[in-house]
Write a protein that binds this ligand. Structure first.
Ligand code: ADP
Ligand code: MG
Length: 559
């Protein structure tokens, strides 16, 4: 059964029952003269109709039809009541209005007009029948029928009919308005829910950290990405003042707030942002949080971890610089070498002339010797800045490393107060690359480590193998590097070592780069330095089945 039909039935039963009980109470307590037969009849009629409605509702499923039938039935019952209580004199004619209002509310304007028309017909016919005495007055003792004139009859009818229709139109208008408002409200509520869901999703899933602050600077919300970036849980942040986090210290905060008041967006970057015992580079922007009306009720803080990006950026910049330096130096070296060859050649010819004094002979020899030395230096330098074609081969990198350390241990650089520790496991590991170049890298790094410990110390060389990479770590207990030193580490010709050229790290960088690897540096002034070389493991360690074939083929191709 449709809920509207059911409700109407329920309300009707309640109203009629209340009327019945009320009448009975009055009848047996106060006014024992009330002839209440008509109440019984009305109530009985209504109960009977109710049963019929319930029965009909099982067969008729159209809400409109079942409601129309009920309201029609009500109108008939009301007409009976009006008849029993004095016809045109009855005070119960207002009951028609109740049915008309019900119809207008439940069935809109058409239902209302229909009910009003029904009421007009029933009331009109009843009134006419009674007026013309075609219908006898019921036996009633409690009301005195008044004599009716025809003009009074028509005035009564006209006012009642106008009232019925006016009620129908007005109620249905209000009902429709109500319906429309309800629908709009529902739609708006739905939109709001959707918007909330979208907002929630956006806030939860953006990769940037997002915090909202109250106007006093207390954190009121932080999104999951924010927690991830700061390595915190919301509980430790929400409800705390922003100055308890490393974004702003109290002085900075009041200054930032002044800036925001002037309408600026505050953008900052902190390279030494402490996160979970380490430091990260965090970029953040603070903006006022505005309500739709334009009022401000706090701030939003959006932040991102820029550490990886910065690292990548500086690596790229370094790569660029190295490439440029390489080209430039090679070009200059060439420009020197050619004239040098001409000079040396000419002096050689002059030197063989017999007319030279021994003094002149000696000077010429110096020129020749020096140009020879210069040429060698340049050749060396060229080899450094433009490493010779890589000859890729499979070789035992662990063996090469051990040999290089041995070599260094026996060189004059290593003093008695230097300790060399090695932890090379496994003792043999095959990678693909140029063994000479790799040896050069190891030599440069190990020698730097020793040179960084002029008063003695320990150099530890350690290897770590993971799935696809081979890491070699050179850890010294030397004087370390300042931030500026660290930044200039790979820049050619920057040296702090007494006999340095400033090329070692630049060349090592280039070689490792060529091998598809990377160099990472960690240094603390006065404590020491760890330089990590990471090289890709030979491919065949990943695809063991075809291991022997491919390298040999490629080797043949290279030859
Ligand atoms: P060189 O050894 O000729 O000076 P490098 O390119 O090898 O040139 O090194 C550049 C500079 O980097 C050094 O002069 C030194 O200041 C610094 N450096 C390199 N390795 C270390 C280290 N292990 N500890 C401290 N400083 C280092
Ligand atoms: Mg060096």
């Amino acid at each position: 059964m449709h809920p509207d039909a059911r409700n109407l039935i329920a309300v009707r039963v309640v109203v009629v029952t209340t009327l019945l009980i009320g009448s009975l109470i009055i009848q047996y307590t106060v006014a024992q003269f009330l002839p209440i037969n008509y109440v019984y009849v009305t109530a009985g009629l209504t109960y009977a109709l109710t049963l019929i409605y319930i029965g009909l509702a099982q067969v008729i499923h159209s809400r409109r039809t079942i409601l129309m039938i009920q309201i029609g039935g009500d109108l008939v019952v009301e007409t009976f009541l009006v008849y029993f209580t004095g016809g045109l004199d009855s005070p119960f004619s207002f009951l028609y209005l109740v049915s008309i209002i019900t119809a207008s509310m439940l069935l809109q304007r058409r239902g209302g007009i229909l009910a009003a028309s029904g009421a007009v017909i029933l009331y009109g016919v009843l009134g006419d029948l009674m007026y013309y005495n075609l219908l006898p007055l019921p036996e009633q003792s409690w009301f005195v029928p008044t004599p009716w004139t025809s003009s009074r009859l028509y005035l009564n009818m006209a006012t009642n009919f106008a009232g019925f229709y006016a009620t129908a139109l007005l109620t249905s208008y209000i009902a429709e308005k109500l319906q429309k408002t309800t629908e709009e409200l529902d739609a708006n509520r739905q939109n709001l829910l959707e918007l909330q869901a979208v907002n929630q999703n956006v806030v939860e899933s953006i990769p940037s950290g997002l915090m909202t602050l109250t106007q006093y600077g207390t954190v009121s919300f932080v999104n999951p990405a924010g927690c991830q970036i700061l390595q915190v849980v919301p509980l430790t942040v929400v409800g705390h003042h922003i100055t308890e986090l490393p974004f702003f210290d109290p002085a900075e905060w009041s200054q930032v707030r002044d800036e925001l008041k002037r309408g600026a967006v505050v953008r900052r970057e902190k390279g030494d942002f402490p996160v979970n015992a380490g430091v990260r580079c965090i970029g953040y922007a603070l903006t006022p949080l505005r309500t739709i009306e334009g009022g401000s009720y706090g701030y939003t803080l959006i932040f991102q971890d820029l550490t990886e990006m910065k690292k990548l950026e500086s690596e790229l910049r370094l790569k660029d610089r190295m490439a440029a330096v390489g080209e430039l130096s090679a070009g200059i070296a060439h420009e020197i070498r050619n004239p040098l060859a001409a000079i040396a050649g000419s002096v050689q010819v002059l030197k063989s002339s017999a007319s030279l004094s021994p003094q002149e002979q000696r000077l010429m020899s110096i020129v020749l010797k020096e140009s020879e030395r210069l040429n060698k230096s340049i050749a060396e330098f060229l080899r450094f800045v433009r490493p010779q074609e890589r000859v890729p081969a499979e070789f035992d990198i662990a063996g090469t490393l051990a040999e290089t350390i041995d070599l260094l241990a026996n060189s004059s650089e290593v003093q008695a107060n230097h300790t060399l520790q090695r932890d090379i496991v496994p003792p043999s590991f095959i990678i693909n690359g140029d063994p000479d170049q790799i040896r050069q890298v190891f030599w440069n790094l190990a020698r730097n480590a020793i040179q960084a410990m002029p008063h003695g110390g320990t150099l530890t060389v350690r290897t770590v193998v993971d799935e696809r990479q081979y890491h070699i770590l050179f850890t010294d207990s030397g004087h370390g590097m300042s931030d500026a030193g660290l930044r200039a580490l790979f820049t050619p010709f920057r040296t702090n070592f007494p006999s340095g050229t400033g090329l070692g790290m630049a060349i090592s960088y280039r070689i490792v780069q060529d091998h598809g690897g990377r160099i990472d540096v960690e240094s603390k002034e006065g404590v020491g330095t760890t330089i990590t070389v990471t090289l890709p493991a030979a491919k065949h360690s990943e695809r063991s089945g075809e291991s022997t074939k491919t390298p040999r083929e490629s080797h043949v191709a290279a030859v």
